[in-house]
Design a binder for this molecule. Structure first.
Ligand code: ADP
Ligand code: MG
Length: 709
């Protein structure tokens, strides 16, 4: 038997159970089984003194002597023992004591048997969940064992199970037995995944020890060592595979060399109405170094909403132009593409570089002109939606592709983008995202990319005052908006639209719109509305009205979530705020606070708000730091649920390590993986053979990690 043996052939499994293990738990080999770890342990390794028991403890074990036994009937009346045979007893109460105090053990079932067993003067081990009933400490239906029982003194693993598994007889006990059999079968010949020298350098226990102890720990200390080893291994191998890919690519992927800064860059830079922040300068330097390295750039640019990513994009594009290449900027929506086009055009005016906009709505004639301009090179920068990677679009020499707002690329789209490079050399790629990702997640999700972070806001940005209010404050909210409008400001009012197709959501939006129009009547007020079911023309018309200041209020769904820039807007009202995720709320809030005025974000809370949702809203009121919020969000919900990152976005599913909790191990593992690769980039040294072998496993092969480039 070895790790790759099909689970069916493990004694005690067979074809039927094998299928269940596969479908229910994804276990198809013996190796999968031994890598299925308990999610918690029943700790029977220690005996607790009764005086030290607290009802908050999960499960405890006491060794105590029975001092008093009482029987009660249905009405709570105490009954003599003779009544047992008439089935009149409904509760058995057993008072037990150790040297520190006493407590009660309560039984509603198996009363006869327990009564016969729990004889005053005898000691037992009781194991169960402590509680307080009235003023008395008790345990209901504890497990009862003889004081010298073999059950005590151990930690017992608890495994994920399902109804189907239980029905098929695969209970926790059976799982333990199967795993025991599997370990006996594979451990004698098991090769460690980590070479000896790494175990030594990192102070890790061997795999055989770790696997045995994770399933059958002898004590907490052994379990801790096993857990650490397995977590480190998991994170280390993942980082090693990511970094190795990155290394291979940076070595092999020839990049367009762009040594010059160019006149266009300087012209734009010198005409800037403001000084770049230090973070912007640093990031531009990082990008410039990539672009003249001779290797293809694959960089992720993270920066909170309003941190000034657009300027970085523009200057990067101008480096490409300055070296005789073209650049494109791809935005996720039509509205954003238009806004980018407007901004970029403004910045490029002093440079004379020609910029064009290409979207699904570009007319045939314009399209033809743009195609020609791209091919003869007269258009330096192309901005658009994904229409710009269609096969009909040909650049003369595309040198840089900028992808805004985490536009996720499929393999197919990626191939198209790469094919648009110059003479077979793929363009440099810069992906910009305003969704702050916790560091540990970024390392994993984008582990094979270089990451730049703009961690500084442009000066003059005033904090956005955030408050969370209930229905009772709706009038006050309207009055507040009136005051702001009277000061010449504008307001966003956003409705949740979780599923674009849900009629109910649109109904909410429409009702909300009617209410707002009533509260803010013409001719004094003008209200625009934007949502996903409008035609692009309607959308653009309403959006333009708000951007240009003709409308005071914009009622919308989350289409304005990303990118839209209206510095004059000072109020962001979010309806049913509890229905939004944390990062989405943060994105929305980022739409205000862009001008010099004081800005406000008002979270309108519905009537039914879960504790967790309220925690999210409170957090949002407490901080404006997107990275902090992202960290908290990950802690609350786990990395798999974070917005902007789907479960499938994680390169491999982690069995034991947690990105939310094991950040320190992750950093250590990544640093160490880098260190190993620095010495042996191809992992060809003999001593690294186990690592090279491990990375050949399927799970490190198939995933399209970043899906970016
Ligand atoms: P992001 O795309 O990162 O959300 P933007 O690029 O849209 O942010 O910039 C937000 C606002 O800040 C814009 O109005 C922009 O003109 C302004 N801005 C950018 N960089 C600076 C800077 N260094 N100093 C002052 N204002 C800046
Ligand atoms: Mg932006």
């Amino acid at each position: 038997m070895n790790l790759d043996t099909a689970i069916q052939y493990l004694p005690g499994v067979g074809p039927k159970r094998a299928e269940l293990l596969q479908t229910e738990l994804g276990i198809s080999t013996v190796g999968d089984l031994v890598r299925t770890y308990p999610f918690r342990y029943i700790d029977r390794s220690s005996i607790v003194r009764i005086a030290d028991i607290h009802p908050d403890l999960a499960q405890v074990q006491v060794r105590a002597m029975v001092t008093k036994v009482r029987l009660y009937g249905k009405n709570g009346v105490e009954l003599p023992a003779e009544k047992l045979k008439y089935n009149m007893v409904s509760r058995l109460s057993v008072i037990v004591a150790d040297e520190s105090g006493e407590m009660e053990m309560v039984f509603f079932k198996g009363v006869k048997w327990m009564h016969a067993r729990l004889i005053p003067g005898h000691s037992f081990i009781f194991f169960g969940k402590p509680a307080v009933f009235g003023t008395r400490l008790n345990m209901v239906h504890p497990e009862v064992d003889a004081p010298d029982s073999a059950n005590t003194g151990v930690l017992t693993g608890v495994y994920t199970s399902t109804e189907k598994l239980k029905t098929a007889g695969i209970t926790g006990k059976v799982m333990l037995k199967l795993i025991g059999t599997a370990l006996e079968g594979v451990l004698p010949t098991l090769q460690d995944t980590l070479p000896d020298y790494i175990l030594k350098e990192k102070g890790l226990v061997p795999l055989t020890y770790a696997l045995r102890q994770i399933h059958f720990p002898v004590d907490q200390n052994a379990l801790a060592k096993a857990t650490y080893r397995l977590k480190f291994e998991e994170l280390f191998l993942l980082q090693l595979s990511l970094l190795k890919q990155k290394y291979v690519r940076s070595r092999s992927a020839v990049g367009l060399n762009m040594p010059a800064v160019g006149e266009a860059f300087n012209a734009c830079y010198n005409a800037l109405p403001y000084e770049l922040t230090n973070a912007q300068k640093r990031v531009i330097r990082e990008i410039r170094d990539d672009m003249r390295s001779g290797h293809q750039m694959n960089r992720l640019l993270q920066g909170d909403v309003g941190s000034g990513k657009t300027m970085v994009a523009v200057l990067s594009a101008l480096i490409a132009v300055g070296n005789g290449y073209q650049a494109c900027v791809m935005a996720p929506t039509e509205v954003l593409a238009q806004q980018h086009f407007a901004n970029v055009s403004k910045y490029l005016r002093p440079t004379g570089v020609k910029v064009a906009l290409l979207t699904g709505n570009t007319g045939v004639k314009d399209r033809r002109e743009i195609h020609a301009g791209l091919q003869d090179g007269s258009i330096g920068v192309l901005i658009g939606t994904h229409a710009l990677i269609e096969d009909t679009v040909h650049f003369r020499a595309l040198g840089l592709a900028i992808v805004d707002e985490q536009h996720r690329f499929g393999v197919d789209q990626r191939a198209r983008l790469w094919n648009k490079g110059w003479q077979g050399v793929p363009p440099h790629v810069l992906v910009m995202t305003a969704t702050p990702i916790p560091r540990t997640l970024a390392m994993t999700l984008y582990g094979d990319l270089d990451v730049s972070v703009i961690d500084e806001m442009p000066p003059g940005r005033k904090p956005v005052q955030t408050l969370c209010v209930g229905e009772g404050k709706r009038h006050a909210m309207h009055n507040f908006i009136r005051d702001e409008i009277a000061k010449g400001r504008q307001a966003f009012i956003v409705y949740p639209l979780i599923f674009e197709s849900e009629k109910l959501d649109y109904k909410n939006l429409e009702l909300g719109y009617e209410e707002i129009v009533k509260a803010f009547p013409l001719p004094q007020y003008k209200v625009a509305i934007v949502h996903g079911q409008q035609t692009p023309q309607e959308k653009a018309f309403n959006m333009d009205a708000f951007v240009a200041g003709r409308a005071n209020i914009l009622v919308s769904t989350t289409v304005i979530e990303v990118g839209v820039d209206v510095p004059n807007a000072s109020v962001m009202v979010i309806e049913s705020a509890e229905r939004f995720g944390l990062s989405q709320l943060h994105q929305l809030r980022g739409r205000v606070g862009r001008g010099a005025e004081r800005s406000y974000c008002i979270l309108m809370r519905g009537t039914k708000v879960s504790k967790e949702s309220q925690k999210r809203l409170d957090l949002l009121c407490a901080t404006e730091n997107g990275f902090e919020l992202a960290e908290e969000d990950m802690k609350m919900r786990g990395p798999g649920d974070l917005e902007g990152t789907q479960q499938s976005g994680l390169p491999i599913s982690l069995n034991i390590a947690s990105l939310a909790k094991d950040g320190l191990i992750l950093s250590d593992a990544r640093g160490y993986a880098q260190h190993i690769l620095d010495q042996d980039p191809g992992l060809t040294q003999d001593r690294n053979a186990p690592l090279a072998a491990e990375l050949k496993r399927d799970k490190y092969q198939t995933k399209d990690y970043s899906q970016i480039s």
